[in-house]
Every structure is written in C-alpha cells, then in structure tokens.
Ligand binder design. Structure first.
Ligand code: SIN
Length: 283
C-alpha cells in the first residue's frame, strides 16, 4: 500500500490518501497511520465505506473502546459502542445526539483518564449552499498554542492543575443525576505532555474547567478564559469541511474541537462516532 500524507495549511490536520479502511491493514501500514495520527493530531480519509463492525475494529487498533455516556442513550442499535450524532428525527424521535460538541472541548476531559482519540464517520452531511459547506468541525492545535505562549506564561503554568467538572459545560442534553454521580470532579495538569510525541499541549477549556487547584477562584477563571481563547485563535485551527464517506480521527490531547451548528432540517447530518482509550506508548 502506498500511503500519501497531505498536510493541511494549519498546525493540525492531514489527509491520508491511498488507504481503503474496509480492507485489513498490515502492521506496517497501521504503524504509518498511527505515526501520522500522533504527528498531525487530526487525520482523515475521503471516500471510505466502513460498516459499524469495521469502524469498531479500526478504532480498536488505536485503543480499547471507551464507552461514552451518550452510548447509553444514543448508541447505534446493535452496536452500542458506536454513538450516533445527528439532527435527524424519525417518528418524532431524535436518532442521535443533537448539537453535539457545539462548544470547544476535548472529549471526556471530565474523566480521570481521558480517552486517547475519537473517530467520526460521516454518513450524511448537509449539502454545500452557495459554495459554503455546513456542519463543519473545527480543530485547534493545543501544542501550537503552548509553543506560542510567552516564556513568562509558560513559567506561570508550570505545575498548575485544573479542576474539570462534567456539570461545568452547558450541554444540549440535560445532565442526569446518574451522570453527575458517575463523574465527580477530577484534576489534570494544564500542560499535558503528549504520551507519544513528548510535545507539551495546553489542556484547559472554558466551562469544563471550573477552577485551578490552590488559586483564588476569580484569578483561576480569568486565567482559564485567557488560555481557552488563546488555544482557539484562528492560526491554531484546522476547519474540516465534511463530505459523506469521510473518516476522521482526532487526538484528544493534541487538539480541541468544536462542531459548527449552522444547519437545520431538511439538511441532514449523520455521524457515527467511536472513542478509544488512552494507550501506553511503546517503551
Ligand atoms: C463531537 O464533539 O464529538 C461532535 C463533533 C461533530 O459532530 O462534528
């Protein structure tokens, strides 16, 4: 297999050409994909046709399936590990999570061991209107954001730990008591070291982060807001314009993402998502 990697004009994002994900990948080919994933943070493949079982098998090569809380309510029938994200309603019922990811975030940052990555398979995407794609997803490179900080800010952040609370983020779905109890507040370093590349990445988001350990609350919220805005500055962002058949993976340490909610029925958007666990890098 000849794999071609085409970088986006942004500090994250690369298209991988020459791969048919429905076919078995040998160890060398998979290593090339995994290397590209670690390096670029977001990789995508156009014109794929992955059945749910194939999606799960592909996802499993990057890390064990991480069962997302939305799998309980919006899992694909027969494949609860695949979360459906969609604005479509059938028989008056939402078939997937609506307006998922409408604020900048990193998946499941509210857990003690956040997942390594996430895959979205685009089944249906809104049509392009007047040359403008709808329902794009934006990805902000957290390593580039760290690198761009002043030395004084890097020194200030050294050793700081933020508090992450599931209930902090305003969500499209009402948070249940069960979810609140399942996800007590956790802490993570504001500067995370990527387990494979060793790059330093900023890990802080507005709302998800509800404080900084040992810091006055006003000062903490102001620093969180400053960093959150810095991370998503346009020069750190890759914007993905979806086509049906795209398979896209992102690294939850290297990027944060946000789904643009600029479409509505009858424009349909239907995605299948898996999330895979943190992996231990090779020694
Ligand atoms: C998500 O945050 O997982 C949803 C992303 C998207 O639908 O583009």
């Amino acid at each position: 297999m000849t794999i071609d990697i085409v970088r986006a004009a942004a500090p994250t994002g690369a298209e991988i050409k020459g791969v048919d994900l429905s076919q078995p990948l040998n160890a060398d080919d998979f290593a090339a994909l995994e290397g590209a994933f670690n390096e670029h943070g977001v990789i995508f493949f156009r014109r794929q046709s992955l059945a749910p079982d194939q999606l799960l098998a592909f996802s499993d090569r990057f890390g064990a399936l991480e069962f997302n809380t939305f799998g309980e309510t919006h899992g694909l029938p027969g494949h609860p590990g695949v979360v459906v994200i969609s604005n479509v309603e059938e028989d008056g019922r939402e078939i997937g999570v609506k307006r998922a990811g409408e604020q900048w975030h990193s998946d499941m940052c509210y857990t003690a061991k956040p997942p390594r990555g996430t895959i979205l398979c685009a089944r249906e995407v809104p049509a392009v209107v007047d040359g403008k794609s709808l329902g794009d997803t934006c990805f902000a490179a957290t390593h580039a954001a760290y690198d761009d900080l002043t030395d004084a800010m890097k020194a200030r952040l050294d050793g700081l730990v933020a508090v992450f609370d599931f209930a902090g983020r305003k969500r499209a779905q009402t948070i249940t008591r069960k979810q609140r109890e399942a996800f007590p507040a956790v802490t993570h370093p504001i500067v995370r070291t990527h387990p494979f590349t060793g790059r330093k990445c900023l890990y802080v988001m507005r709302d998800d982060c509800t404080g900084i350990v040992g810091m006055d609350q006003d000062e903490a919220l102001s620093l969180i807001a400053e960093l959150a805005d810095h991370i998503v500055r346009p020069n750190h962002v890759y914007r993905h314009r979806w086509r049906a058949g795209d398979v896209l993976l992102w690294d939850n340490c290297t990027v944060q993402h946000k789904a643009i909610q600029d479409y509505a029925l009858p424009q349909r958007r239907l995605m299948h998502r898996t999330t895979f666990a943190a992996a231990t890098p090779p020694a």
